[in-house]
Design a protein around this ligand. Sequence first.
Ligand code: NDP
Length: 253
Amino acid sequence: MPDPGMPDPGLAGKNALVTGGSRGIGRAIVERLAGSGMDVTFTYISNEEAAQKVIDENPGLKITAEKVDVRDSAAAMACIEAMVDRVGTIDVLVNNAGVIRDNLLPMLEDDDLSAVFETNIEGVFNFCRAAVPFMMSKRSGRIINISSVSAEKGGRGQTNYAASKGAINSFTKALAVEVGRRKILVNAVAPGVIETEMSQEVRDLAGDEITSNIVLKRYGQPSEIANAVWFLSSDLASYITGQILSVDGGFKM
Ligand code: NDP
């Protein structure tokens, strides 16, 4: 039963695309949006088993998986076009797929830079460029980019990753200005350290060094990032654009 005191988030019946939805934060976002009545398509790069699990473990929700490498601009275009052909619109785009290749600067290989930049920056560029024309013609849309606390808080061994996420913050603001007139709202969510496979090694090595510097004294959960994405996707966030929302337990301070 919907709570009569709660405003309607306006998501039911709308269509979302989430990149990198097979695991971690992306999976939580897929489940949160689909659980609100959205038809959600998500992409992954290689882990078919994890992708199938998202579908199998959420019976009754409208979830479709597509194997698409976000670095491939033609594939991104084809993915968005196929989704719009199938469900009619793209109302929400969540650019979540990302990778880390942490190392101290002298040890970083060329490939550590290109893998991170091509996935974390070009991937976002590819999917936004493919989705924006459809949103413009509808005069509505939401784009939410998953950034990181690393964009603003320096971290050892993260020059490549931090630079990629700093670029996402700048990209988010520039695109928000560019498409605001067409009623497309563009924001980013900047997670702190969240318990996923990506952060496992860092958390294992850090012991309690990281948590002692987080105001809330704990790591975050994927669902806590999904809640922020849900809010920014919803009608409740109708006057918010060009913002970078930190969801980091106070880690940045
Ligand atoms: P995970 O490593 O747990 O999951 C990554 C997801 O992205 C998987 O679904 C993976 O697919 C997919 N993916 C990776 N590369 C590509 C690609 N080239 N094309 C398509 N899909 C791809 O990551 P997290 O859930 O931890 O991170 C999600 C986002 O949140 C990232 O942008 C990350 O930078 C950001 N973030 C994470 C933090 C954390 O502490 N975990 C902190 C701050 C930001 P597959 O399953 O097929 O491999």
